[in-house]
Design a protein around this ligand. Structure first.
Ligand code: GLY
Length: 357
């Protein structure tokens, strides 16, 4: 598999130790820091550290795993450790972990001393195919996801397939949701190939192809002025469902599970508003429901979900915007959806019949 070139940085695939060592040497960094959480420190850090050429010149910053860490308090904690360790402007932060680590680490690095270099070593499928590519960094605040952040590109991304074997199946499926999305919004052939693949054992090639799709989009529109909004398909409603679940469920939905629920609602809206055929709508919904099942959404929550959608950072001029499909593999941005239309799509989702296998 080749290295992919992103906006102004490479995405390396496998053999990451050699690439990372080469990168650190070439960068002539005064010191480097590895940001991990307790899971990646246990399961992934050994693979990284064992193979580092320059073991003496780094410090570890470990935080708690979980979305709660993607907060200003944890960011302050990282800034403080960088200060205490004497990190200068020629330091490098290596973000080793899932989307929380890459988003938070990218934000902390892009603001520390007005910005130090950082690279991502994503260890979850979700972070490999989505969070680590495209330079979105940020934190959550006031129950709003990613509401504070920067667009700052990493200096490199290192994708290691071996990390995925350390993940629970549910976490892998969370990343798979974004891979399915990539097919739906930009590449019908990929969607079909993915559907026919062994989804329990995702091949490195399928992951590479998914990253390549996202990479093409972010290269064309790094700051989400237009085309990049297609990546938001499923996310307007999905983020609202995710926030609701995080605040109310004992065992909350993963990001991918919430996005799947959002994609089903937005596929319905695509059929209503964007010319998606009934056959295509059924194909998408059957596939997603078959893979992920259904989240029990109750009508009493719709008002709250709508309020969250109103606060979505993707809105403009107080209007709720969705990216919708006109066909499988084709997505149209900036579809203004009324509260009534959004509510209808939630009702449609709640009414879907689903028998557990
Ligand atoms: N996760 C969507 C994007 O990077 O734009």
């Amino acid at each position: 598999m080749n290295t992919l070139q992103s906006i102004d940085y490479p995405i390396y695939f496998n053999n990451i130790s050699a690439e990372l060592n080469r990168f650190i040497k070439q960068g002539n960094y005064s010191r480097f820091f590895v940001l991990t959480d307790e899971h990646t420190a246990k399961y992934c850090l050994p693979l990284l550290v064992e193979n580092l050429d320059d073991k003496d010149n780094y410090d570890l910053i470990e935080i708690n795993a979980g979305e709660e860490s993607k907060s200003i308090d944890f960011c302050v904690g990282i800034w403080k450790m960088l200060i205490d360790f004497g990190a200068d402007r020629n330091s490098l932060l290596i973000n080793l972990g899932g989307g929380v680590i890459t988003d938070l680490g990218g934000f902390a690095a892009s603001t520390y001393k007005r910005g130090i270099d950082f690279v991502h070593v994503p260890t979850t499928l979700l972070a490999q195919v989505d969070a680590s590519v495209g330079g979105k960094n940020g934190i959550d605040i006031f129950n709003l996801k990613n509401i504070i952040g920067t667009f700052t590109q990493p200096k490199a991304v290192f994708i290691e397939h071996r990390f995925l074997s350390t993940l629970p199946a549910r976490q892998v499926k969370s990343g798979l949701a974004e891979m399915l999305k990539h097919g739906l919004i930009a590449d019908a052939a990929y969607w079909r190939k993915l559907k026919q693949s062994d989804l329990e054992n995702l091949s490195p090639e399928l992951i590479y192809d998914s990253i390549a799709i996202k990479n093409d989009v972010v290269i064309a529109d790094p700051k989400e002025r237009g085309l990049r909004k297609i990546l938001n398909f499923g996310h307007t409603i999905g983020h609202a469902i995710e926030s609701y679940s995080l605040n109310n469920d004992e065992n909350p939905l993963t990001h991918g599970e919430a996005v799947v629920a959002g994609m089903i609602c937005e596929t319905y809206l695509s059929h209503q508003k964007c010319g998606l055929s009934l056959t295509a709508m059924q194909e998408i919904i059957d596939t997603l429901l078959g893979l992920y099942g259904k989240y029990p959404l109750d009508e009493s929550t719709f008002g709250q979900l709508n309020d969250t959608m109103r606060k979505d950072k993707k809105n403009q001029g107080g209007k709720i915007n969705c990216s919708l499909l006109s066909n499988i593999g084709q997505c149209e941005i900036d579809n203004v959806c009324t509260d009534e239309e959004l509510c209808d799509s939630l009702k449609y989702y709640a009414s879907l019949e689903f028998e557990k296998a």
